[in-house]
Design a protein around this ligand. Structure first.
Ligand SMILES: O=c1[nH]c(=O)c2[nH]c(=O)[nH]c2[nH]1
Length: 356
């Protein structure tokens, strides 16, 4: 997104701002209550009518990026009560679009560092924190008119499931699951392919197996065997767009968006893992990604669209041998974890009736 102006037969698209302003805010409101700390890395971009700064060296319409930086600290100070990262982004964007006549649109991105309260001897600590892993992000785009585009997200949410077929499954067997027991029966040899494939794709069978990848296109360059047993590991980057399209329609409930963030994260991870005992079969990263995105849209009516980036971080089977024979034979046990190269899988799922 850029501010556009024309002069002398040229079109100029421009924006300016301050990137990576780091601020921490502590709230010690209640005399004996626990302290709260947030650490934010704030980036601001303003679309503004400041053409002459580019064309004539006239800075009279420029909001100094140094002022933008100072505004972050001043507004953090003004937040006497704890605010969500989204509310802080909105508050900044409102400030820039309302105070400066030249500013037509403000874009505020914030990444929150995952400081988590610690427990000592099973008791939550009042003022001790440790750094977690995944980060809460937000982007607020606010126009002078009050038109709003608001997204939240998660970065660096690393998840993995080790999965184990409880018994070797071959295309010659019917596998039936009853809780954790598996009964294996030979498939009749004369069974039509269509019926055999229907049986092998039953939900029941998928229940026994947790992650696989098979049936993909095979050609002369394909080396990957079909598998019904693999480690599924990824580092989720998610972002979801809220339906609130005006500054006046945002929920006013304190920490509403913090709660939403925690709930979306839970839905994403719960859907990835499946129930604790049985898990859930993943026929591909694509399918698991789709289930995760769909569950988010079904669970949260104020989310219009969700984007998921889920790199497939491969765990390669180890098979080693030398002239004397086998050193390590892979039996779903020893792997080389890798992150390069990785499969790169991403998709956006939106409600049909929502504007994207
Ligand atoms: O879940 C997967 N999706 C793919 O598109 C793919 N491609 C590949 O080689 N392995 C996998 N796994």
């Amino acid at each position: 997104m850029m501010g556009k102006q024309t002069e002398g037969g040229f079109k100029l698209e421009q924006r300016h701002g301050k990137a990576r302003v780091r601020v921490a805010r502590v709230w010690r409101n209640k005399p004996d209550g626990p302290h709260v700390i947030v650490e934010w890395c704030v980036s601001i971009s303003l679309l503004s009518e400041c053409l002459t700064a580019y064309t004539r060296g006239d800075n009279s319409d420029i909001v100094a990026t140094d002022t933008m930086k100072n505004t972050v600290y001043a507004k953090a100070k003004e937040c006497v009560e704890q605010v969500s990262v989204e509310d802080f982004a909105v508050l900044l964007a409102k400030h820039f679009t309302s105070l400066y006549q030249q500013v037509t649109c403000a874009i505020v991105n914030i990444v929150e560092k995952p400081w988590e309260r610690v427990s000592v001897d099973g008791e939550t600590h009042e003022h001790g924190f440790k750094l977690g892993s995944e980060r809460h992000t937000t982007e607020v785009i606010l126009e002078k008119s009050g038109a709003l585009r608001m997204t939240s997200g998660i970065e660096g949410l690393a998840v993995l499931k080790t999965t184990k077929a409880q018994k070797e499954v071959t295309k010659r067997n019917i596998i039936m699951c009853k809780d954790t027991d598996i009964i294996s029966l030979p498939l009749p040899l004369n069974m039509p392919r269509r019926i055999r494939s229907m049986i092998l794709n039953t939900h029941l069978l998928h229940h026994c197996l947790k992650s696989g990848f098979e049936g993909f296109i095979r050609d002369k360059y394909t080396a990957l065997p079909d598998t019904r047993e693999r480690i599924l590991a990824t580092e989720i980057t998610a972002s979801w767009r809220y339906l609130y399209e005006s500054i006046f329609s945002i929920p006013l409930k304190p920490l509403y968006f913090t709660e939403r963030y925690l709930n979306v994260k839970k839905v994403l991870t719960d859907t990835f893992y499946g129930p604790p005992k049985e898990g859930i079969y993943s026929p591909s990263v694509q399918s698991t990604l789709y289930d995760m995105a769909k569950t988010v849209l079904k669970s949260f009516p104020d989310i219009a669209a969700v984007q998921l980036k889920m790199p497939n971080l491969h765990f390669l089977p180890v098979n080693l041998s030398n002239k004397d024979g086998t050193i390590v034979k892979f039996e779903d046990d020893v792997y080389v974890p890798t992150d390069e190269p990785h499969g790169s899988i991403q998709a956006t799922l939106s409600r049909l009736w929502s504007k994207m």
